[in-house]
Design a protein around this ligand. Structure first.
Ligand SMILES: Nc1ncnc2c1ncn2[C@@H]1O[C@H](COP(=O)(O)OP(=O)(O)OP(=O)(O)O)[C@@H](O)[C@H]1O
Ligand SMILES: Cc1ncc(C[n+]2csc(CCO)c2C)c(N)n1
Length: 290
């Protein structure tokens, strides 16, 4: 659980996926490589007892169309940030998801803990509204070399309590389907913070990184996601990727941009496993339920 004091006391990052040398990595691959589990239970209205995640969630709202399931993410999260103009989205769009309720009541219920960025997009009335509610507004105008999302993830990484770091999961709402430079900037952020679990979300898609340091088990929540999926080598070509549970499985397969990348693939059952010599992006379609 985050307390206010936790937000102001920096801690040294203890990476959940320690950096290992290629030789050691090879040795571990041949012996035991740790398995990392992934499950989109944060998209379920109620999570069954036997699927309760051991993760702590933080939510970052970006300045693009809010996914309709944002209230669900908000409920799961223990810390809620808006990246600059993301605050306008919470202010304008959350009340539209509750048409039966009074706008001002809904607005007060959805109070971000922090608004962070260069603050060139948040509107003055939105800034005033959340200042009065007690939201911490962090102005970083001088930094024009990193995106507002980058600033938010760095803030969560630096200020989350040490005990929460290894099971911290950051959900990013409104990350896809907008301006392509912003989308690529958002994907770059998950690569930059590759030791953290960061999940990019839109109404239609979910994307996260599968670090090469681990074997991965993805537990498909078929009621909310799939069947369309993809595995994409990002940054460097993969000499060898192997999967189970896909319509078109990879078997020590090479992948690279300009050659083969696994798009338009499909999940077959409840579990997909992935192992690769490179970091891969995992993407899966979301169902139109909300
Ligand atoms: N069209 C979009 N598609 C995807 N993500 C977006 C889009 N617009 C904004 N974002 C995300 O929301 C964050 C906040 O955006 P905002 O519009 O407030 O500021 P910006 O000046 O456009 O972004 P930045 O300062 O990060 O370049 C951005 O850092 C980015 O991650
Ligand atoms: C090579 C290079 N390309 C673009 C930018 C501009 N830029 C990158 S992130 C960002 C957002 C700040 O909120 C801005 C303006 C830069 N600095 N360096």
């Amino acid at each position: 659980m985050w307390r206010r004091a936790d937000l102001v006391i920096p801690f040294i990052l203890k990476t959940p996926f320690p950096i290992v040398s290629p030789r050691l990595l090879m040795k571990r691959t041949l012996t035991t490589m740790d398995t990392m589990h992934h499950s989109s239970t944060f998209l379920l209205p109620t999570v069954p007892e036997n699927q309760r995640p051991s993760l702590t969630y933080a939510l970052v709202v970006l300045n693009h169309n809010l996914p309709r399931f944002t209230p669900l993410l908000w409920k799961h999260a223990q810390l809620r940030l808006c990246a600059d103009g993301g605050a306008n989205r919470v202010y304008d769009e959350i009340p539209l998801l509750f048409p039966q309720e009074e706008t001002s009541v809904v607005r007060r219920r959805y109070k971000p803990d922090i608004i962070k960025g260069d603050l060139d997009s948040i509107r003055p009335e939105v800034h005033d509204f959340y200042t009065r509610l007690g939201t911490r507004i962090v102005d970083k105008t001088h930094d024009q070399d990193s995106t507002d999302l980058h600033k938010c993830i760095a803030c969560i990484r630096d200020f989350a309590p040490v005990s929460d770091k290894s099971n911290l999961c950051i959900l990013v709402a409104g990350a896809l389907g907008g301006r392509f430079d912003h989308e690529m900037g958002n994907v770059n952020v998950i690569c930059h913070f590759s030791s953290l679990r960061v999940i990019l979300l839109s109404d239609d898609n979910l994307i996260h990184l599968l670090p090469r340091t681990h074997r991965h088990e993805i537990h498909i929540q078929a009621s909310v996601e799939g069947p369309h999926c993809g595995l994409i080598p990002i940054g460097t070509p993969s000499k060898s990727s192997t999967t189970t549970g896909l319509r078109w499985d990879l078997n020590n397969t090479e992948m690279e941009f300009g050659g083969l990348v696994s798009t338009s693939n499909m999940v077959k059952g409840e579990t997909v496993t992935v192992q690769s010599d490179c970091n891969l992006l995992w993407t899966i379609s979301l169902k139109k339920l909300w």
